[in-house]
Write a protein that binds this ligand. Structure first.
Ligand code: COA
Length: 293
């Protein structure tokens, strides 16, 4: 099966103007590319303007679409407002916000400085809040409807996870914001949804989450019932659907795309997968022998 196949019909996002935070690399870049292939104009933002401009050039060449690079540190509300205004000036309006920018690294929590914890909360939770508020207020004040926000979270937003506690804490907040505003701002014609991706390797995330030879020691594909990591296009397909009008009745949902990874960690007896087929006959006989005991 070809997991890189593109899902939506041509022009599915024609006429849509989309802001993708953290769009300069990794999954943000992959989603931006597909949005452009579907006819959207995309503004990508991050702290590094040079990287953004290179990405914008790459994406325009690859898709014949329009990509606008805007420098913005999502931690600072004034910068987010400026970014929003620059995109509106360039595109005329914004229809979709994809809160994708994130910060994360592994560490025992007791080793973190107060500033280290704050840094992740500021990028992930405050950054998503800043962009959501800046766009939301603009849409509401101008009575603009049929808008939507897509937040990238993670499955440990609800399970929690050791060694990435600031990220887990912040992503749980983003998920709560997604569900809360899906209800509160529906009356303004603004939908909110989230995606919780499992392992979709990118250089940026992998170097921070599995540095050095940890990549070889912890093969994340082995944790996935489907025994593979995700293809970027699979995530891009889901994101494109969720920001498109095809999902107009989907609101307040978080869709997990992880090959069953988090459930494998959760189910009490899932470890029985290690039992070889031939042993099940003996086990069945032992269990049946207990009948009536
Ligand atoms: N372990 C412990 N503390 C760490 C750390 C690590 N691996 N990396 C950074 N910190 C601490 C720093 O020491 C600093 O705290 P201090 O001032 O008390 O010393 C604090 O975190 C902020 O680090 P700094 O490098 O100044 O922040 P930054 O704003 O330049 O960078 C990061 C933010 C740390 C999240 C950086 O990794 C980044 O830019 N990431 C963006 C991309 C990303 O993470 N994507 C998500 C991939 S899953």
């Amino acid at each position: 099966m070809d997991y890189t196949e593109k899902m939506l019909r041509d022009d599915a996002l024609k006429g849509k103007n989309i802001i993708v935070t953290g769009g300069g690399s990794g999954l943000g870049k992959a989603m931006s590319k597909y949005f452009m292939e579907l006819g959207a104009k995309v503004a990508i933002t991050s702290r590094n303007l040079e990287k953004l401009q290179n990405t914008a050039k790459d994406l325009e060449e690859a898709t014949n679409g329009t990509c606008f690079a805007v420098q913005c540190d999502v931690r600072h509300y004034e910068q987010v407002e400026q970014m929003r205004d620059q995109v509106i000036q360039e595109f005329g309006s914004v229809d979709i916000l994809l809160n994708n920018a994130a910060g994360n690294f592994i560490s025992p929590t007791e080793r973190l400085s107060a500033n280290a914890f704050d840094t992740i909360i500021d990028i992930v939770l405050k950054g998503s809040k800043n962009c959501t508020m800046a766009l939301g207020k603009h849409w509401i004040d101008n009575d603009e409807k049929e808008k939507n926000v897509l937040n990238i979270v993670t499955t440990y937003a609800w399970t929690g996870s050791a060694y990435v506690v600031p990220s887990a804490t912040a992503k749980a907040g983003v998920l709560a914001m997604t569900r809360s505003l899906a209800v509160e701002w529906a009356k303004y014609g603004i939908r909110f949804n989230a995606i919780a991706p499992g392992p979709f390797p990118t250089k940026g995330a992998w170097d921070r989450l599995l540095p050095g030879d940890l990549k070889d020691k912890f093969d994340l594909a082995k944790k996935v019932p489907l025994k593979r990591v995700g293809e970027h296009q699979e995530l891009a397909n889901l994101a494109a659907y969720l920001v498109s009008d095809f999902s107009a009745y989907v609101n307040g949902e978080v869709i997990t795309i992880d090959g069953g990874e988090w459930l494998k960690g959760a189910g009490q007896f899932n470890l029985l997968e290690a039992i070889p087929e031939e042993m099940w006959d003996q086990l069945e006989a032992m269990i049946k022998a207990k009948k009536g005991d």
